[in-house]
Ligand binder design. Structure first.
Ligand SMILES: Cc1cc2nc3c(=O)[nH]c(=O)nc-3n(C[C@H](O)[C@H](O)[C@H](O)COP(=O)(O)O)c2cc1C
Length: 182
C-alpha cells in the first residue's frame, strides 16, 4: 500500500551523515511507491513552543507565525508515517528539530486526532558508545507512544564524525532497509 511519509531532518549538513541516510531511505521508500515529503528544519524558521495553549484557535496550528504552520503541520496531520532524522547534538535532539517536535503539542491542544501513524528514527553520533543516542531515541519513542504512533524501526549509527563517515558503515543500507518496514 502506498503511504504518505513525512520526514523531518535536523542536520544542517546537506552532505552529512544523517542526510545521506535520509536520502537512502527516501530513494528506497519512493521505489516502493510511497510518497515522501521532506522538511529540513535547519533551513526553516520554526522557533519554539510558547505554551500559550491557543493552538488552532485562530486557524493556524501555532499562534506564533513560523514555518511550522501551513505545509509542515498539514503534511504531518495527513501523513501515514512520520520519520525523524537527526544527529546527536550534546546528547540530545538538535534544537531546530526539537522546535518542530515541541510544536506537535499544537495537535493535542487543538484537538487534532493524529493517532495511528507509523514512526521511525534515523540517527547517528560521533562517539562509539551507542547509548549516546539514547537522548534522541528515548524522546522520539516516548513521543510516538504518547501520540499513539507505532515505532516501526530505528537506524542508530555510532562512530561517525565527519561528513561522509557514514559511507564506512552500513548506515545507508540500514536506512534503505527501513523503507521495508512501512
Ligand atoms: C553541536 C554539535 C553537538 C554534537 N554533540 C555530540 C554528542 O553529544 N555526542 C556525539 O557522539 N556526537 C556529537 N556531535 C557529532 C555529531 O553527532 C556527528 O558529527 C554526526 O555524524 C553529525 O551528523 P550529520 O553529518 O548528519 O550532521 C555533535 C556535533 C555538533 C555539531
Amino acid at each position: 500500500m502506498s503511504k504518505k511519509i513525512v520526514i523531518l531532518t535536523g542536520s544542517p549538513r546537506k552532505k552529512g551523515n544523517s542526510i545521506a541516510m535520509t536520502n537512502a531511505f527516501i530513494k528506497a521508500a519512493e521505489a516502493k511507491g510511497h510518497t515522501v515529503t521532506r522538511f529540513d528544519t535547519s533551513d526553516m524558521d520554526i522557533g519554539f513552543c510558547h505554551a500559550c495553549e491557543t493552538c488552532y484557535k485562530n486557524g493556524n496550528a501555532c499562534s506564533f507565525e513560523s514555518d511550522f504552520n501551513g505545509a509542515m503541520a498539514d503534511a504531518i496531520l495527513e501523513a501515514d508515517a512520520v520519520v525523524f532524522s537527526a544527529p546527536v547534538y550534546w546528547y540530545s535532539i538538535p534544537a531546530q528539530l526539537k522546535g518542530a517536535i515541541d510544536k506537535l503539542f499544537s495537535f493535542m491542544i487543538g484537538g487534532k486526532d493524529v493517532s495511528g501513524k507509523e514512526c521511525a528514527l534515523i540517527t547517528c553520533c560521533e562517539e562509539e558508545d551507542p547509548t549516546v543516542m539514547d537522548g534522541v531515541r528515548i524522546p522520539i519513542a516516548r513521543t510516538a507512544a504518547l501520540l499513539k504512533w507505532t515505532m516501526v524501526g530505528e537506524v542508530c549509527i555510532p562512530g561517525v564524525l565527519e561528513a561522509g563517515a557514514i559511507d564506512k558503515t552500513d548506515g545507508c543500507a540500514q536506512a534503505a532497509a527501513l523503507a521495508d518496514k512501512f
